[in-house]
Write a protein that binds this ligand. Sequence first.
Ligand SMILES: Nc1nc2c(c(=O)[nH]1)N=C([C@H](O)[C@H](O)COP(=O)(O)OP(=O)(O)OP(=O)(O)O)CN2
Length: 365
Amino acid sequence: MTERLLHVAAVPFEAARHVSVLPAGHRCRALHGHSFLARVRAELAPGWAPFAGAETDALRERLAEAVAPLDYADLNTRLRVPTDENLARWVRDHLALDGVESVGIHSTRDQGVDLDADGHCHLWRRFRFESAHQLPNVPEGHQCGRMHGHGFEVILHADQTLAEDQDMGVDYDRIDTLWAPLGAALDHACLNDIPGLENPTSEMLAAWIWARLKPEFAPLSWVSVYETATAGCQFDGSSYRIWKEQRFESALCLSAAPEGDARRRLHGHSYLLRLHLCAPLDRVMGWTVDYGDVKRLFKPVYTRLDHHRLDILPGIDQAAPGALARWIRAEVGDALPALDRIDLHQTPGCGAVLSWGPQGPALPV
Ligand SMILES: Nc1nc2c(c(=O)[nH]1)N=C([C@H](O)[C@H](O)COP(=O)(O)OP(=O)(O)OP(=O)(O)O)CN2
């Protein structure tokens, strides 16, 4: 599949609103406020940024300019009906940017929408539960064979086609109602005791949730399960995708930046790297690829990135997220054949997505 490079950026804003299209008695009809986050994914034309390597910063600046009128504003003075869906449309229209693949709005850490270029509204809502489990089929000595536990997080994603004059899709409250019985069964439980979860990997959990919700909720498009803060699985009824995150602390300078630009100086970032893999399920293990194996197989590349200077890595021209993601893909080589996407953020929510397979849903920053 052809390789695609998207740049991503995220910008927060603080704003008040009331949403009058909601039914009588709904709490969001009253004036309330949120710490919102706007984000964009875009395929930028060559030469769009002021210099090679400035793409991520330039995209973030463009988004910040678009969002500025919403910051510390009463959103009802800016938009007729300031639902998350309409805010995403407003930001998309004010970005005035070619190549936008999606524009998203998070109204809280736990909910948001992403509008794609085909008019689909991808709505998501996050839940959490605290549970114990152990994996019965892992090899002797594997840490996950011991009884342990996690603060699991689940994101339910819904894909809806919205008419241009439709102010919102499904209410987040409807997703809460659908989730409630599952959350009650999973929270403060030992997952192995739940019928169907005798081998409670993230993959099995995502499929278990899918099987229970999809018949009642047709727009359900993906279930994402965060098993830990750094690893999880996504399931859409047929394909499993997993991700493993790592952070590295590195220095760089951008030699193409003009004289006087701070980015010419040595500086650094705390990078977030998310490796995505798509692989068939191993029916015995109940997983696709062990998260621990992803980390282990990536280690030789990781050690070249972490606590190093990135712009002097052999083969790197500008140590910007897109070029770094390409470098990582090349260096990983055959070690991770199921790898099909690399997310690399140089600051929270801002960086690049390099993919060469079906992308799967965007994860919240
Ligand atoms: N594909 C899967 N791999 C693994 C699963 C799974 O459900 N699906 N589960 C586990 C373990 O249960 C483990 O608790 C989580 O794995 P891991 O990311 O390796 O956890 P760490 O805390 O060791 O990760 P850090 O890299 O230190 O953050 C294993 N694999």
